[in-house]
Design a binder for this molecule. Structure first.
Ligand code: AMP
Ligand code: DBH
Length: 553
């Protein structure tokens, strides 16, 4: 099979403009980390577990890993799946891959074999790097299964006890002194990020050094990051938000320190905030709620916190209001997407803007369209579909013509699927989604993907998955099932779905059995209209009360 090298190309005139404006500087990840290690080698870069790495240590480890990857036979442009929790080696591995011109593909720790196989096939990956275990799950078993399903995966490295696989620690002992800091161009694709997926499984998002570094640099500036910044990575750092908005990459770019927590819960995080004098972190709304709860009577000293960023899902004004009094920090709302566009409330915005809006774009060259259902611009101030293009928003997914045809207009705008309105001063307020995904505490779940798993069960005649408002999670998932013959038990269905080998957060929170979906008047409903009707029916019946679900780790 011919392997398809990921690309991301903007039209010449726009690319020229982004360069002329100084957005794209032909900077690369390999090079900038090395520059910082030369200017401030002894400054702490990454703290996690018992490890405390200076910039020099991180830089050397990245070079060693780069040398190891190349000696193991990987060649420039090869894709490497990363399946690591929040450990310092996540950062060293990624930086090592950049340095070797290899292309990381980021999976979330919650992903399981079905998603990993999908990423491996979609990216034509040649290697897989995982932890031995995390949060009660053994990734080596997954690696074994992956090797069987995807023979293109030729190398597996494991952090910790490698079992039958190669040890990442041994690889990190390779002599990296001959590896140049950089072999890439700014316009090369640096990595493949994954989309939350609104139809079917996640799509792969190729981001270039030029475009991503621009978004990091500006994000770091907007968020006031500098050498005294201590960023806490509490959410899984494979997520685009804690990775780049400004996240751990923006923090290192600005010369600050990254502190990693293996779990996002307030107990783990507060201890680190006190110990490391954390100044900024990024959270999803349900986590913020947990933090606010515990902050009320915590013994930990949280005074170092200056900024709490919240994004990934809509934050209610009611909760937004509590951040400053309870945590003593400025709230920053962040509305972004792995495809590109990121909006921030600015730190010096009026309190009202910070509480009620999801911010405004990073770049003066972020082009924003808000359109009605017929594709016409809405009257200013009205809600409509958000489309965007700009210097760090992709023009195409990797190797996916049908998704590209759906998701991009002929003139290169990305259809975000979000419904927003714009305030007179150019801030966006997210109203909801036009599509059928469920935003469960910031994790996006495709209704279609889960319906497909349900439909493969022998006792399921038909299935429709919808989002239900949830006080704690924002939204939770509810599966409506028309049984085939004997009605299966709820627990059986959930176990069945888990058995498909998918992330736990995708298992429906609630299952409702029905005899039929649509009323006879509405037999010809589209899938989308059907989901809408089922949702309304459930809410009207007041049957939406289930015990609060827990957040995935
Ligand atoms: P993804 O494309 O998977 O990176 O997910 C991005 C999506 O998350 C956006 O298109 C929004 O639907 C949602 N999102 C991100 N941040 C926010 C926010 N602050 N408020 C509401 N929705 C958000
Ligand atoms: O939800 C997201 O994907 C997201 C949220 C905030 C994101 O990608 C980002 C900031 O960069």
């Amino acid at each position: 099979m011919i392997s398809m090298l990921p690309t991301q190309v903007w039209p010449d005139d726009l690319a020229a403009r982004y360069r002329a404006a100084g957005y794209w500087r032909n900077e690369t990840f390999g090079a900038w980390l090395h520059e910082r290690a030369v200017t401030h080698p002894d400054r702490l870069a990454v703290v996690g577990g018992a490890q405390r790495w200076t910039y020099a240590t991180l830089d050397q480890r990245a070079s060693s890993l780069a040398a190891g990857f190349l000696q193991a036979g990987l060649v420039r442009g090869d894709r490497v799946l990363i399946h690591l929790p929040n450990i310092p080696d996540f950062i060293a591995v990624v930086m090592g891959l950049f340095r070797a011109g290899l292309i990381p593909v980021y999976a979330l720790p919650a992903h399981r074999i079905t998603e990993i196989e999908h990423f491996a096939r979609g990216s034509d990956a040649r290697a897989y790097i995982a932890a031995d275990h995390h949060a009660g799950f053994d990734y080596r078993a997954l690696a074994t299964e992956l090797r069987q399903r995807c023979p293109t995966i030729q190398r597996v490295w494991v952090h910790g006890d490698a079992g039958p696989f190669s040890s990442l620690e041994t690889l990190a002992a390779t002599d990296g002194s001959a590896v140049p800091p950089n072999i890439s161009q700014g316009s090369d694709v640096a990595f493949l990020q994954i989309s939350g997926g609104s139809t079917g499984l996640s799509k792969l998002i190729p981001r270039t050094h030029d475009d991503y570094i621009y978004s990091l640099r500006e994000s770091a500036r907007i968020c006031g990051l500098g050498p005294d910044t201590v960023f806490l990575g509490a959410l899984p750092i494979a997520h685009n938000f804690p990775m780049s908005s400004p996240g751990f990459l923006g923090t290192l770019y600005a010369g600050g320190r990254v502190v990693l927590s293996l779990a996002p819960d307030p107990e783990s995080a507060f201890a680190l905030i006190e110990r490391e004098h954390v100044t900024v972190t990024s959270l999803v709304p349900p986590l913020l709620l947990q933090w606010l709860d515990l902050a009320a009577d915590t013994a930990y000293d949280l005074h170092s916190l200056r900024t709490i960023q919240v994004g990934g899902a809509k934050l209610s004004a009611e909760i937004a209001r509590r951040v400053r009094p309870m945590l003593g920090a400025t709230l920053q709302q962040v509305f972004g997407m792995a495809e590109g566009l990121v909006n921030y409330t600015r730190l010096d915005d009026p309190e009202d803007t910070i509480i009620h809006t999801q911010g405004r774009p990073i770049s003066p060259d972020d082009e924003i369209l808000i359109l009605d259902d017929d594709g016409q611009a809405v009257t200013p101030g009205q809600a409509g579909h958000l489309l965007t293009r700009g210097p760090y928003t992709i023009r195409a997914y990797h190797n996916n013509p049908s998704a590209n045809a759906r998701s991009f207009t002929a003139d290169g705008y990305y259809r975000t699927g979000d419904v927003v309105r714009m305030t007179p001063d150019g801030y966006l307020e997210v109203q909801g989604r036009a599509g059928d995904h469920i935003n469960r505490a910031g994790e996006k779940i495709s209704a279609e993907e889960i319906e497909d798993y349900l439909l493969s069960h022998p006792q399921v005649f038909d299935a429709a998955v919808v989002s239900i408002p949830d006080e704690y999670l924002g939204e939770r998932s509810c599966a409506f099932i028309i049984p085939k013959g004997a009605r299966p038990r709820t627990i059986e269905l959930k176990t069945w779905i888990r058995g498909r080998g998918i992330a736990d957060f995708k298992i429906p929170d609630q299952i409702v059995f029905v005899d039929q979906f649509a009323t006879t008047a509405a037999l010809k409903l589209s899938r989308k209209a059907l989901r809408a009707e089922l949702r309304t029916r459930l809410l009207d019946q007041g049957a939406d009360q289930t015990p609060p679900s827990s957040l995935p780790q």
